[in-house]
Write a protein that binds this ligand. Structure first.
Ligand code: F0G
Length: 351
């Protein structure tokens, strides 16, 4: 009888809702904070994973989407639109179903993971594949919402940030205070903005005594914030963060500078190494973009930037099932055996 009620009910007093707001929820949030044994050993720190792939549609986007769709409903919207590298569209499509709304999604042609496309399809979204990248999709989504009766639910909509800040609340509620360092992947830069807002709100109200240093990591081929300039043709295997002109760029810089943090890059090779480590040694299956946080932590540790004894939280943003191609790629094909215990035992190395 006592299940988690979703982020709006759990944090109602810290979100822009009233008693009459029609809450649209799939009971998102309340995600596991999992101690990371191998990462803790490697860094000499106490490392935790905030496993956002455990949200209803398999990514952190649900925290923002419950707010965005709830407010759209409150304002009487009949249709919502978003640009997406896949997770936002999956979430928008699902929450639109709950709200009885039409969803339209714009995705970069050929550059979104199959699982995410499947989600948008099965939830009945109207999907357009755009001949361009995410940044082009976002320009188009803004133009459509400016000129047609459709509400924009990308993270440029400030209520998305309000919803996503609740992940920081959950971490402080679990640990009793903010960690020393919070690490996360950066794409459009909404999430780093949201976490920083959550941590600073809790600290300002005395719920926590401190705020963490915010460490964000972009993929090397899509690292405009690190380079200090727009990347025209971003590339990375981590399609979720294949973004060359992040909408919340300035907020990400503010989070970095106000927290004494950093924004750096990790290569696709480093991302895949962290992806495999998380699955094979921590038991946590994430999508490649999510592994950018852990890849960044490991890189920083190798560079001697991580003093031992600290409390560190890495957000792993999306479920590995979204993009299983990378789990299968390069792995040996399972052998086929007859229905015979002796043969099976021999092949399993038991005999
Ligand atoms: N990790 C995953 C799995 C994502 O899907 C995203 C963003 C990020 C990290 C980066 O978060 O954009 O707030 O800096 N995905 C967006 C989408 C762009 O359309 O699903 P950010």
């Amino acid at each position: 009888t006592h299940q988690w009620r979703g982020i709006i009910e759990e944090y109602r007093d810290r979100l822009p809702v009233s008693d009459t707001t029609p809450v649209v929820t799939l009971r998102e949030g309340g995600t596991p904070l999992v101690p990371a044994q191998v990462l803790s050993e490697r860094t000499g720190c106490e490392v935790h994973l905030k496993v956002e792939g455990a949200n209803p549609t398999g990514s952190f986007k649900d925290r923002g989407m419950t707010m965005a769709i709830t407010k759209a409903k409150e304002e009487g919207a009949k249709a919502v639109i978003c640009a997406s590298t896949g997770n936002t569209s999956a979430s928008a499509a699902a929450y639109a179903v709950r709200a009885g709304m039409v969803s339209a999604v714009l995705v970069p042609q050929g550059k979104i993971a199959l699982g995410k496309m499947g989600q948008a399809l099965v939830h009945g979204a109207k999907i357009l594949q755009v001949d361009g990248n995410f940044d082009d999709c976002l320009d188009l989504a803004r133009a459509l919402s400016d000129n047609y009766p459709v509400a924009l639910v990308n993270s440029v909509n400030p209520v998305r940030i309000e919803g996503q800040k609740t992940a920081a609340f959950e971490i402080v509620d679990m640990l009793g205070d903010a960690p020393d360092i919070h690490v996360l992947p950066v794409g459009n830069a909404g999430n780093i903005t949201a976490y920083w807002k959550g941590y600073t709100e809790y600290a300002a109200d005395g719920v926590s005594r401190r705020t963490p240093r915010m460490w964000g990591f972009q993929a090397s081929g899509s690292a405009p914030i690190v380079r200090g300039e727009v990347v025209k043709d971003p590339s990375t295997i981590a399609t979720a963060i294949r973004i060359g002109n992040p909408a919340s760029w300035q907020f990400a810089l503010a989070a970095r500078d106000e927290s004494g943090g950093l924004i750096d890059e990790v290569t696709d090779r480093e991302i895949l190494r962290a992806y495999r480590l998380l699955a094979a040694q921590e038991g946590v299956f994430v999508e490649p973009a999510s592994a950018a946080s852990v890849a960044g932590l490991l890189k920083a540790a190798e560079q001697g930037k991580v003093d031992p004894g600290q409390k560190i939280v890495c957000t792993v943003t999306g479920n590995g099932l979204k993009d299983p191609d990378w789990a299968v790629a390069g792995a040996p094909q399972p052998v086929t055996v007859p229905v015979d215990a002796a043969t099976a035992a021999e092949r399993l190395g038991l005999a």
